[in-house]
Structures are given as C-alpha cells and as structure tokens.
Design a protein around this ligand. Structure first.
Ligand code: UGB
Length: 620
C-alpha cells in the first residue's frame, strides 16, 4: 500500500503542471495504472490525456485506456518505455536517411544448391525424414493478407480446388504424415508427436481456432497444437515517437501489426521452446500461411540442416529481379564483420545501387537475380536458438517505414509503427554461428498466394503472379513434374488465361501427404509403363495405393483406409473434370472460386473408395 501511494504521489508531482487533465483523474487510477501513467508522462506522452474530461465522465473508458496500455506494455520486450526509446532512435535514423546497411557490401553467398531427384537430394530426403520426428513446426498466420484482399483467413483458403483441401488442413496432414513416416523408421523407439504452433493475431485468432475446432483439428490431437496470439504495437504519430490516438476513440491508442518477427519472443515467453526442448525436440521449422508446395522441400532441407549441423538454415529459390521476396546476401562490413542474411525486397535495390551495381536489382545471365530468394521457411536448431533467445528475450531487430508528407521529413502522411521480421533472427548471432541456406527448384518449393487478381495480372511479364490461380496451378505442375521424374509419361501443359493471368495448365494431379512425402516414396508406388493425358485429373488419398501400368485419360479418384492395399491399373478413359473460366467480378460465386478465375465441372470420373482391410485392384 505504501509503495502504491508513493507512485500516486510521484505521479501527482509529475502531472501538476505538465498534464493537468491527468492530474484531475489521478483518484480513479489503480496503483498499476498510476505506474503506467508515470511511464507515459516520463516518456513525454502527456498528449494522450490532452482531451480527458473531469473524473465522473467516461471513467470506464479511462480505465479501458489503461488496460490497453498495460497490454501494450506487457507484450513488448522491455515494455512500452523501451518501445518508445527504440522508436525514437529508428525515426531519427530514418529522418537522417541512414541506411541500416551502411558500411556493408553485399556479395552472393554460397549455400547448398539442390536438384530434385539427384543423388544428394535423395540422400538428404532420407536423412531429413529420419530427423522429422525431432522437429516442431511453427506457422506464422497473424497476417491479414491485405494484398490478397480475401475476406476470410488465408489458411482457410483451398490450396487447390480439385480436392478443396485448405492450407491449414494440408499443413496438418503433412506434419502427421512426417510423424508417421519418421517414427516408423525408428523402430523400437517410443513414438513421438510432432508439436505444431500457430502464431495468430487479433485479426486471425478466433477464425483459426474455429477452423480447427470445427474440423476436429484435421486429425491432429488438439494437445499437439498451440495457438500463440501476437499483439499489435502502438502507432507513432511523429518523429518524436508520440503515440497516435485512435481517430475514432480518444481513449484508445491506435495500433498496427508488428510483423512476423514477433514469433520469436512469443515462443520464448510462452515457455514453449523449453517445453519442446524437454521433450527431445531438436529442430524448429518456421513457415508462412499460403505456400502449397512448402512441405515438398522440408525432408531434403531438414536433411541439409542435420548433415551440416546448421543452427540456421533458410530455404531459398532462384529469384527474379524485383520479385517481392527478400534476397539472401552475404554482407561484409568495412570493419570485417560478415553475415549471411535476408535483405528485404524493398531494400535490396537501393543497397545494390549504393554499393556494387549501379543498375540495382537486375537479373544476371541466368535470367534470375544472383541473390537467391528467401521464401521464409527457416529451420533453427533448438538448443542454440534457446541460448540466443535467453540473451535477447526474443527481441528482433526492428525497422520503421514512415511515409513522409514531403522532403522535409517532418510529418507523416499517416501514423507508422515499428516492425520486425522473423528472418532477421540471425542478425544478432555471433560470427561463429553456423548459418546456411538451401536453394531448391521453384516448381518444387514455392508458390505463395498473396496477390489479388487485378494486381497479379499486372506483374511484369515473366515474374510470378503469386495469386490463387498460380498457386493452384503450381501444385498440379509440381505433382506432374514429380511423376515425370519417376518415368510416368505426363502430357505437356497447355497455356490458358484465367483472371488475366496466363498460366500453364498441367493435368490436375494431387496426392495426400501420407501417400508420398519424398521422391523415393513416389518411385516405390509407381511401376510399369504409365501415362496421364493433359485433360486428366488424378487424386490419390489412400496410403497404400500402388499405380501399375496405368493409362489415364479422364478423372480418377482413389481413397482407402491404411489397412487396405489397392492396385490401380489398366486404361482409364472418361469425360473427366473440366476447368471452366469464371470472372473474378462475378459476385454470385464464392470468393475462393472467383479469385482463381475458374471452377471445376466434375463431369465423369472413375472412383474407388476402399473402407475394409484387404487387397484390391481398381481397374476400369
Ligand atoms: N504475418 C504474421 O504472422 N504477423 C504479421 O504481423 C505479419 C505477417 P506476408 P511478405 O513469401 O517469400 C515475406 O505479408 O511481405 C505472417 C518475407 O518478409 O505474406 O510478402 C503472415 O500471415 C519476404 O522476405 O509477407 O514478405 C504470413 O504467413 C519473403 O520471404 C507471413 O507472416 C516473402 O514473405 C508473411 O507475411 C515470401
């Protein structure tokens, strides 16, 4: 009680002349609120109380204001005072035009370049599959996807519309398939459950939880899944880092998302990392919300991490110059320091112009940027990750990106805030840390859904659309190319235009992760001379489905319980499933269909569903 009255007294002294409106209201504040008010006054935020009326008016809202301040304070490493201090420094640097990469010269780093299905790829996949049981997965899904303009949460979008499997279901099915396959390889050892954490935000939390609960967690045990909600951070109104008052409510501080970098502090402060460590987890794999191909790259890249004992392994793909994905670069400072790090897409061009290339971010003779593109799939070795977070508390180097009104840089067009990115984690690591990266074929590993149809149709020719249309087509292409690699004669694609985007349309081939996770799995399950025509659709859902001498020209769907073994053979011919163009402006159609520009007309198919144990053959 004594301490509390001291704080109130101190606050009273501070506010008498400086903030009369708060001074009048001191009597309604709890000791905790008084403490927070003191911090705000000391950090020169008295404008927040500028319009506060006498006690007795809006008291509930004044209390709600301090509840919000309390949340903002608790959710930032070092509290709100630290946030304001950091903001002042970064805003001063930004006004002075200071480049965060000053003194650094970029060069092209060397990493592990993998080619699908070659000897080392197959070996890494084997190693990765063995390691998978020691992994934990983290999905960052707090973003609203403003560029996509979809009304739902992005993980609820179908990854493809042949099966309608949404991204979250796809990810969970992959994790469960990895768990099953990896544990089966470790005969005699106790079976493990691979933990899965999802970072949500106020924008996505409830809908993510509802999606999981209404679908029985897509087969995963609810106890395997942890949702961690990130908080937004306070907006900044000016170069002095005065916090912005919400234009709609004078008792609220305006807030905006802080970025996916929050994932590190949340994993640390929630105690999840220590829990995982105690349970024998060795690797933490981070991934983003809408890449339907990402798990195709997981076994091999985890194999690379394990073989090379990388503490940090970033997955990358060849990058087109100016593509909106970060570039992985080696940065060497004048003082000798060096690091391999992502340089975000908006910073790469100015950095290159200022240092090694007056033309900036341009393609080299390969037709790609010499800097591999970061796809933000990170594999961190847990032990060293925990050690590092003990030092930093999970705080990640932040940046600020104010939009100034004019060249004087004295005021902003709208409020700004500090941001942070999960791929900046290696920035604080010592030079001795084993930081590497793995480059994969784009067709195998990367096809995010980020852009709405209008913006996608406008991307420079030759650059990827990153739309729902291209994301879905990339899934069919990847499966077709994998089958080609194992010797199936898959027909060439045709070019078609959907929502103004010209895309390759391959046969619509999709399989469940439990059917095949690696190249070797596919090879084992296909034999004889097989062919698939361009108009075909093939969906394989059962674990023990074997394709032997199949000639497919139409639609074929096979499902079975794990205890059934199904041989699919012969010549299957039917009218199949047909893609029909739709207009994205046609509001009579569901949004998830409109944004891809086509729907599937399921005319005719051969379907087999085997629900009793036994051996079966499916023939026309
Ligand atoms: N996300 C959150 O969970 N919380 C947030 O506050 C913000 C986002 P975007 P962008 O795909 O390869 C990233 O908006 O700007 C989640 C990398 O920075 O899709 O395209 C969100 O839900 C870039 O280097 O990111 O850029 C989503 O899952 C490049 O790698 C994820 O964070 C690029 O992605 C990414 O959010 C890429």
């Amino acid at each position: 009680m004594a301490a509390a009255s001291t704080i109130t007294d101190q606050l009273a002294n501070l506010t008498i002349s400086e903030c009369p409106n708060l001074h009048k209201n001191i009597s309604i504040l709890s000791p905790q609120h008084a403490e927070l008010a003191k911090v705000l006054i000391e950090m020169e935020q008295s404008h927040l109380f500028g319009e506060w009326p006498e006690p007795g008016i809006d008291d509930d809202q004044k209390i709600a204001f301090f509840d919000q301040v309390s949340r903002l304070d608790a959710s930032y490493p070092g509290g709100l005072a630290q946030y304001i201090k950091n903001a002042r420094e970064l805003l001063t640097d930004s006004k002075a035009g200071k480049n965060p990469f000053d003194g650094f010269t970029p060069s092209v780093p060397t990493g592990e370049n993998l080619t699908f299905a070659d000897e080392s790829f197959i070996k890494y996949e084997e190693t990765g599959l063995k390691e998978a049981k020691n992994a934990a997965f983290v999905l960052v899904a707090g973003g609203l996807g403003e560029r996509l303009g979809y009304n739902g949460i992005k993980v609820a979008l179908p990854s493809e519309t042949t099966t309608g499997t949404c991204f979250l279901q796809l990810y969970i099915e992959y994790i469960l398939a990895l768990q099953e396959a990896s544990c089966s390889l470790a005969e005699g050892e106790p079976r493990k459950e691979i933990p899965f954490a999802i970072m949500t935000s106020d924008d996505t939390h409830t809908r993510t939880l509802t999606l999981l609960e209404s679908n029985g967690y897509f087969g995963m045990k609810p106890t395997q899944v942890t949702l961690l909600k990130q908080e937004k951070v306070a907006c900044l109104a000016d170069n002095d880092a005065r916090l912005a008052v919400d234009p709609q409510n004078k008792y609220r501080i305006q807030t905006k998302p802080h970025g996916h970098g929050d994932v590190h502090s949340l994993l640390y402060s929630s105690g999840l990392l220590s829990k995982w460590h105690g349970a024998g987890v060795k690797w933490v794999l981070f991934f983003q919300d809408t890449n339907g191909l990402l798990f195709k790259a997981i076994p091999a890249s985890l194999g690379v991490s394990a073989t090379k004992q990388y503490q940090v392994n970033s997955l990358a793909v060849p990058r087109k110059a100016k593509e909106a994905i970060g570039g992985i670069a080696k940065l060497t400072h004048n003082d000798g320091r060096a690091m391999v790090i992502n340089v975000e897409y908006n910073q790469l061009d100015p950095l290159l112009r200022a240092t090694i290339n007056p033309d900036g971010d341009v393609n080299c003779e390969t037709g790609f940027s010499p800097f591999p593109g970061n796809i933000n799939q990170l594999i961190l070795e847990l032990e060293s990750y925990i050690e590092e977070l003990k030092k930093t508390g999970g705080g990640i180097k932040e940046f600020v990106n104010p939009k100034y009104k004019d060249a004087t840089k004295t005021s902003f067009k709208s409020s700004t805030r500090l941001e942070c990115m999960m791929q900046d984690y290696p920035q604080t690591l010592p030079p001795t840390a084993r930081v590497g990266f793995t480059v994969m074929d784009i067709w195998l590993a990367y096809a995010p859904v980020k852009n709405n149809p209008e913006d996608a149709a406008k991307v420079p020719k030759g650059n990827p659309y990153h739309s729902a249309t291209s994301g879905e087509m990339a899934i069919y292409r990847a499966h077709s190319l994998i089958l080609k690699k194992v010797g199936v004669q898959v027909a060439d694609p045709v070019m078609q235009v959907f929502n103004g985007q010209e895309v390759e349309v391959w046969p619509r081939i999709v399989w469940k992760p439990k059917w095949a996770l690696t190249y070797s799995d596919v090879k084992r399950k296909i034999s004889g001379s097989c062919s698939v025509s361009q108009k075909s659709t093939m969906v394989i859902k059962g674990r023990n489905v074997f394709i032997e001498g199949l000639a497919l020209d139409g639609a074929l769907l096979v499902d079975s319980i794990d205890e059934a073994e199904v041989k699919v053979e012969g010549s299957v011919q039917n009218s199949g499933w047909i893609l029909e163009n739709v207009d994205y402006k046609d509001e009579t159609l569901p949004e998830e269909i409109r944004i891809r520009g086509f729907k599937i007309n399921k005319v005719e198919q051969l379907e087999g569903n085997f629900v009793e144990p036994g051996k079966y053959s499916l023939k026309p």
